[in-house]
Write a protein that binds this ligand. Structure first.
Ligand code: IMP
Length: 198
């Protein structure tokens, strides 16, 4: 049986393959569907965006489809950048400029008020009509400057107090063991395995 992960991001495909090891499932991505149309992610929440992507891709391909949407919520900015995380500093998307904008907006905000979280919603849609949503989140603090070279996005300024490290200072394995995305995907695995049994 084949499953579609509605992303062109090979890193996410690799993570899902790892989680489905031992299952009799082939994993396809949007790279396998060059005619797949651009989807406008115009939902107000991560859950809505994940569901829009999963429904559209399931309809287009006829496959059991997973789609995730994620981003950063900063309490002092009333939840921003949220669903605008990727394009916070405008288009074209740029991680460096996004971080610069975030640090500028948090200038003068004391450490204890710099609380934030990464949130990820995963939608699983069976073309037969069944739909599922799972969610994962990681709590942290936004630093005043960058630390670490790993990861992507906001990782260099996202500090995990319980590890005394930023996300960008974790190894890939460490990040994948605790990330918002890994949590959402892990919670979705029982549903997916059930769907794959038919
Ligand atoms: P997407 O859901 O993969 O499209 O992620 C949207 C945006 O949220 C990314 O472009 C990043 O700016 C941010 N983001 C999501 N997950 C992470 C993460 O694990 N680390 C850092 N930034 C992230």
């Amino acid at each position: 049986m084949e499953v579609l992960l509605a992303t062109a991001n090979q890193g996410k495909v690799k993570e899902l393959k790892e989680m489905l090891k031992g299952e009799d499932a082939g994993i396809l991505s949007l790279n396998d569907f060059p005619d797949f149309p651009d989807i406008e992610e115009n939902g107000a929440t991560f859950a809505e965006n994940a569901m829009i992507k999963a429904r559209t891709a399931a309809l287009f391909t006829g496959l059991v489809t997973l789609a995730d949407d994620s981003g950063l919520e900063v309490d002092a900015l009333m939840g921003a950048p949220g669903v605008y995380s990727a394009r916070f500093a405008g288009i074209p998307k740029n991680d460096g400029r996004n971080i610069d904008k975030l640090l500028a907006e948090l200038q003068g905000v004391p450490e204890k008020e710099r609380t934030a979280r990464f949130r990820c919603c995963l939608a699983i849609v069976n073309p037969g009509g069944r739909e599922y949503l799972t969610e994962g989140k990681v709590e942290g603090l936004i630093l005043q400057s960058r630390r670490g070279k790993g990861g992507f996005g906001y990782d260099p300024v996202f500090y995990l107090p319980f590890l005394h490290k930023t996300m960008a200072e974790l190894s890939l394995d460490e990040k994948n063991s605790l990330s918002h995305r890994a949590q959402a995907f892990r919670k979705g695995m029982p549903v997916l395995k059930e769907l794959l049994k038919g």
